[in-house]
Design a protein around this ligand. Structure first.
Ligand code: HEC
Length: 154
């Protein structure tokens, strides 16, 4: 009788196995499904296949900067300096903003390339500067920088 019971348990386990397999397979497939349905632009960025800039998306991404920066010629300095005319300007060169020594002393001039490198890894690019964060996704930087060039143009 005991043997019979354990046989049933074993059989049940075997019976359950296909179901368990399917369940495991679904769990394994879920991340892949999310990836497929996910942001195709981000995927393109991961593969280093950047798409042409989307100004619309760039403007959206400005939402990540606007708490600390303004864009107008007479814009205030908030936590960070106003960015009007920033492209072509030396980093840390506004007379009415208190920059970190790291930024004041750097010889960086803001171009699409230096801005991209800064936003990708602010502290690696300029150790000791006062800004943290940035944009980890390459496509986001392409979009934001294209928009920012227009929005900050003198
Ligand atoms: C939490 C506040 C904060 C946010 C959010 C922020 N910044 Fe900054 N940013 C700063 C500070 C502070 C500095 C000055 C750094 C220093 O002096 O070391 C700065 C400096 C800069 C500079 C250099 C300006 C100059 O005059 O040399 C650029 C360019 C810049 N930020 C771009 C951006 C962009 C683009 C974003 C959005 C992706 C962003 N920042 C988001 C705080 C912020």
């Amino acid at each position: 009788m005991v043997n019979y019971t354990s046989l049933i348990i074993v059989l049940q386990q075997h019976e359950n196995q296909p179901e368990a397999l399917v369940r495991t397979a679904i769990w394994m497939l879920l991340p892949a499904l999310f990836l497929c349905a996910g942001d195709a632009r981000a995927q393109a960025a991961n593969a280093d296949q950047l798409e042409p800039p989307s100004l619309e998306r760039g403007e959206e991404l400005w939402g990540k900067c606007r708490a600390c920066h303004t864009l107008d010629a007479k814009g205030r300095n908030i936590v960070g300096p106003r960015l009007h005319g920033v492209f072509g300007r030396r980093a840390g060169s506004l007379p009415d903003y208190r920059y970190s020594d790291a930024m004041k002393k750097s010889a960086v001039v803001w171009t699409e390339q230096t801005m991209d490198a800064y936003l990708a890894a602010t502290q690696d690019f300029m150790p000791g500067n006062k800004m943290y964060g940035g944009l980890a996704i390459a496509q986001d930087r392409v979009d934001l920088i294209a928009w920012l060039k227009q929005a900050t143009a003198p």
